[in-house]
Ligand binder design. Structure first.
Ligand code: NAI
Length: 254
């Protein structure tokens, strides 16, 4: 895919990896539909994209809501008249041990609310956005469409993250499923599983925790949002890429 002039939806575009991917695609001339709950952050990303000379519009939408997602893709197709790509990036964490015990007594459990919140945003919303994007691309008769799900190294299973790990394994599996189901409609699908990436959220962690993180990464440093943006561009541009998960983690395994 030549990214120039392609219409690409990015969820979670107000900050972090979503913002970096939006700016990377803007550098290559994409037309961008930026989605997030955070209107102020969205506007900031939109302004930066526009300064690069591309069309960028904002959609303040809760992607965990089915009606809102259907409306979002109606709006995007209405506004741009086309749809070529979707980056399922928005995500949240609600970490907790499955169960925690002291002296043989259970002192805490992961609540259903913690489980459900993460499943709603990190798994169900990816399904909803993927479904609606694929439906629109097929109806529009795209020559080439691409869906990219942002997974995580946590998909292998991570301490305190039953909810997040399950969702991130799920979005990797959906990318492979969609690659098989949607190939006949000229739609490719893939996933990126980042390791520890230096976003604002990560930078705010205590120095001790950050140093510990760096020690366990064989490359002895964190990845940057630019590394993830670069991988997204590779997936979009290489038209023989489909159905695979790209692990961008400095050789770190949980
Ligand atoms: P972030 O927390 O900085 O940004 C996530 C964005 O998603 C926020 O702007 C938030 O408002 C938005 N969002 C959350 N719930 C939403 C909803 N229901 N509807 C619309 N927007 C919503 O996160 P970051 O670090 O940029 O991560 C982006 C993705 O990459 C996430 O899926 C995360 O799980 C994944 N990831 C991040 C890693 C890291 O080290 N930063 C490592 C591995 C995966």
């Amino acid at each position: 895919m030549d990214i120039q002039d392609k219409v690409i939806v990015i969820t979670g575009a107000a900050r972090g990896l979503g913002e970096a991917m939006a700016l990377g695609l803007a550098d290559k001339g994409a037309r961008l539909a930026l989605v997030d709950l955070d209107s102020e952050g969205l506007e900031n990303t939109r302004r930066q994209c526009q300064q690069k000379g591309v069309e960028a519009r904002t959609y303040p939408v809760n992607i965990a809501n089915e009606d809102a997602v259907v409306g979002l893709f109606d709006d995007v197709v209405g506004d741009f008249g086309a749809l070529h790509g979707l980056v399922n990036n928005a995500g949240i964490t609600r970490d907790s041990m499955l169960v925690k015990a002291k002296d043989g007594k259970i002192v805490s459990k992961m609540s259903l609310a913690q489980w459900q919140a993460v499943i709603d945003v990190n798994l169900t919303a990816v399904f909803l956005c993927g479904r609606e994007a694929a439906a629109r691309m097929i109806e529009l008769g795209v020559d080439e469409g691409v869906i990219v799900n942002i997974s995580s190294i946590a998909r292998a299973g991570n301490f305190g993250q039953s909810n997040y790990s399950a969702a991130k394994a799920g979005v990797a599996a959906m990318a492979t499923t969609w690659a098989k189901e949607l190939a006949r409609y000229n739609i490719r699908a893939a996933a990126i599983a980042p390791g520890v990436i230096e976003t604002e959220m990560v930078r705010q962690m205590p120095a001790e925790v950050l140093n510990q993180m760096k020690r366990v990464v064989p490359l002895a440093r964190m990845g940057t949002p630019g590394h993830i943006a670069q991988t997204l561009e590779f997936i979009l541009e290489n038209d023989y890429v489909s159905g695979r998960v790209f692990e961008i983690d400095g050789a770190f395994r949980i």
